[in-house]
Design a protein. Structure first.
Length: 318
């Protein structure tokens, strides 16, 4: 009995140690920081004021879920179909030379906007707006017309926003077991606040409005050689060899979650969602178990909300 009693804590310690190692490697991959500490952790922890969202609200719950790994890939595929947003990424981003750096930049904005204080959100929005000010040029439309573009153009901002929003929402609905408080409309209504600091005041606030906005963009979407090259890169990113099997599954799941006409336009096949949904859902649950339930970002945000008096004893006040 005594030996079994000592074996159980020892086994638990080994499991915790393994979770720490896997969690660190996971954070290194997503953040690019060699220590696995998100560089934006300080921005989330700073201050003693609330942010845009609470732990009980839909954007927090969606963006804290690992289903965003599929949603992020899906969003990139959608965005690549618009020649304006595609040209901006190809000509003014480091996605080829420093893909993980660009990924961490996107994750930084999403994380700070979701979990940080309103002051930090404003600072992050200013950083993004400053970068957008230099992103401009011309692109060929789906009909062959040459058109000017600016990253800060509300029309292109709207496409990027709804591609992200639709992708994170759909992938949460398909691949996550976590209930979404208020449903799709609540997520869309609340997440519309995130792009106001970027200059987009007219984001959809209901699922019907979002679907209508997506449909309105359909005539602008096209596939060119540049699109195919970018999609090939999204399908085959220069990730560590050990990550590629998991990424391949997430990519196919993202593709399977897209509407039929988008899959046909992309020309990457028609993976059956009925197969990929349970496989990927279980994989994400296993990944969460493997890396452990702790989230430094959420913990820092909740610590700040306690200082602000918004939370007490781990619960939202009021």
């Amino acid at each position: 009995m005594k030996s079994s009693e000592t074996a159980l804590p020892s086994r638990a310690l080994r499991n915790n140690r393994l979770q720490e190692i896997l969690s660190k490697r996971f954070r290194i991959l997503l953040t690019g920081d060699p220590g696995g500490v998100p560089p934006w952790l300080g921005a989330v922890r700073a201050g003693d004021e609330p942010g845009l969202y609470l732990p009980t609200e839909a954007p927090w719950i969606v963006h804290a879920d690992l289903a965003t790994l599929v949603g992020g890939i899906r969003a990139l595929l959608m965005q690549a179909l618009h020649p304006g947003s595609l040209t901006g990424v190809r000509n003014h981003s480091r996605y080829k030379n420093d893909p993980l750096g660009r990924l961490s930049g996107t994750i930084r904005w999403l994380t700070v906007t979701t979990f940080a204080s309103t002051r930090s959100v404003g600072t992050e929005a200013a950083r993004v707006n400053n970068m957008h000010a230099h992103v401009k040029g011309t692109y060929k439309t789906a009909t062959g017309e040459t058109r000017d573009y600016r990253a800060a153009d509300p029309h292109l901002l709207l496409w990027v926003h709804i591609a992200f929003m639709d992708s994170f929402l759909r992938c949460h609905q398909i691949f996550s077991k976590t209930p979404l408080p208020g449903g799709a409309d609540e997520y869309i209504r609340l997440w519309a606040q995130s792009v106001k600091p970027l200059g987009l005041e007219t984001a959809p606030s209901t699922e019907a409005e979002m679907l209508s906005a997506i449909e309105a963009f359909r005539p602008e979407l096209t596939v060119t050689e540049e699109t195919r090259e970018t999609i090939h890169w999204i399908k085959n990113p220069p990730l560590p060899f050990t990550s590629l099997p998991v990424y391949s599954l997430l990519f196919k799941s993202a593709l399977a979650s897209l509407p039929d006409d988008y899959r046909k336009l992309l020309g990457l096949g028609d993976p059956p969602l009925s197969i990929y949904q349970p496989v990927t859902t279980n994989l994400l649950r296993f990944m969460r178990f493997a890396i452990g339930p702790e989230s430094p970002i959420e913990e820092a945000a909740i610590e700040r909300l306690h200082r602000a008096g918004i939370m007490a004893d781990g619960k939202v006040v009021g």
